[in-house]
Design a protein around this ligand. Structure first.
Ligand SMILES: [Zn+2]
Ligand SMILES: [Zn+2]
Length: 125
């Protein structure tokens, strides 16, 4: 297999196994076990290609550098939880009903974004 394909496959596997949005340094840490020659520049280059091929999508939490998630996850309406201690981001299932109640009279909501913060189960222990 070509080196480029090898790197790409390793990174795609890391995403599939994580099942949550990943920061480039997390992707590097996960994929280096398979492709030891990998570095952060290669990770960024591969991420760019995966975005262009619509395999992954960026996840941008307020005030933070982008993380990335699989397109299949991104296409499903969901929200995120960010751990204050380890900085990991997790997918949340479901949504909140009745957000329209927060709107001032005469307003119409077209979209919403929700991020929950706290401690993940590993950090809480
Ligand atoms: Zn945590
Ligand atoms: Zn929602």
């Amino acid at each position: 297999m070509q080196r480029q394909t090898l790197q790409r496959t390793a990174i795609e596997t890391v995403f599939a196994e994580a099942g949550r949005p990943l920061a480039p340094r997390e992707i590097l840490a996960g994929a280096q076990g398979r492709v030891p020659s990998l570095n952060l520049a290669t990770v960024y280059r591969t991420l760019k290609r995966l975005i262009a091929d619509r395999k992954i999508a960026p996840v941008t939490l307020p005030g933070e550098t982008p993380r990335y998630e699989l397109r299949a996850a991104a296409d499903r309406h969901h929200h995120h939880f960010r751990c204050d201690r380890c900085d990991s981001v997790f997918d949340l299932e479901g949504c909140v009903e009745g957000l329209e109640r927060l709107l001032p009279e005469g307003f119409r909501m077209t979209d919403h974004d929700i991020v929950l913060y706290g401690f993940c189960s590993a950090c809480r222990a």
